[in-house]
Design a binder for this molecule. Sequence first.
Ligand code: GLA
Length: 369
Amino acid sequence: MIDLEKLESEFAELYQHQPQLFKAPGRVNLIGEHTDHDEGFVLPMAIEQNVYVAAGLNPNNSTTRIIRVKSINLNSSAEINLDQAFSKKNNWTDYIEGVARILEQKGFRLNSTDLLINSDIPQGAGVSSSAALEVAIGRALTETNKQPIETTQLALIGQQTEHEFIGVNCGIMDQLTSAIGLEHHAILIDCHTLEYQPIPIDFNEVEIVITDSGVKHELASSEYNNRRQDCKGGLKILQQFFPNIEWLHDLSYAEFKVYENRLPEPIVRRCRHVITENERTKQAAGFLSKKDYQSFGDLMWQSHDSLKNDYEVSCYELDLLVDLARQRTDIVYGSRMFGGGFGGSTVTLVKKNHAAEFREFINENFKRK
Ligand code: GLA
């Protein structure tokens, strides 16, 4: 937990004026993995941990347009001059500068703004600390400059920052989930229309456990982009047989099966994952609405197997965590890796009041292996 009063007083001491506070949560994805970049369906939810930003206009600088920013987590500071050209720094400040520059491209006009950031979202665990940073910064900059931004546009600016300033061609899931920031609900997002439907989760019946494998997902960005390319290539071939499809999820699995032998390896498996995962996600949203956690959990196991065997973004430690969860179906409904893959975390749907027992079981057996 971040001490918000302390954050405010540190800001006041550092910049000599009073801030406003903003926050944006990390996310976990219950199901719908590696579908957003093909404009499919995802079912994520916000987590309790947030990036917090204390922010205020610099009252002593109305001549130049400089963003002063400090990260408490990293104990690092920077200044960004908005009237000078951008140069990539290859560090955390690229996120801040990316968001600010894209806001300006979209017509927002930012004045000298001071920012102090603190976050309790673990980094590298796959719970979208960077998307939360983009969203929190975007909100802080627009609100303090009195040019409020709409939720979807804020998320799109975060995504564009990843594409253009960080080099990761991610989908919209992480930023949109963080920008919506809804408690106690999963959100079924149609990543094509960006329409979303909140689905309440009954925490009197279930608990959701996130387990960090401890493996940093470093391979993720290059392999992420490769998988996207595979899917694009597969779509092109399938469009020869189905000229009307625009995205992989426009095909049912049954339709895909007829032509799957026309696709080369590994493209055929990449496409099969995306198509089946979209079907699972829509089905899972229905089960969640009906509180059918058993059927929901079955789809989580299937999703993991598909990510492991077809999309090939899992790793030994993630598989081990899911295999251990499979040994405890007395208290577990379902478990799967989530996020980009190659490390990061698993998400497990556990029966109410059994999270502690599950945690103990995993701690003991994971370390031993
Ligand atoms: C990362 C990306 C998301 C999404 C997931 C995989 O978290 O940022 O857009 O593609 O991987 O589902």
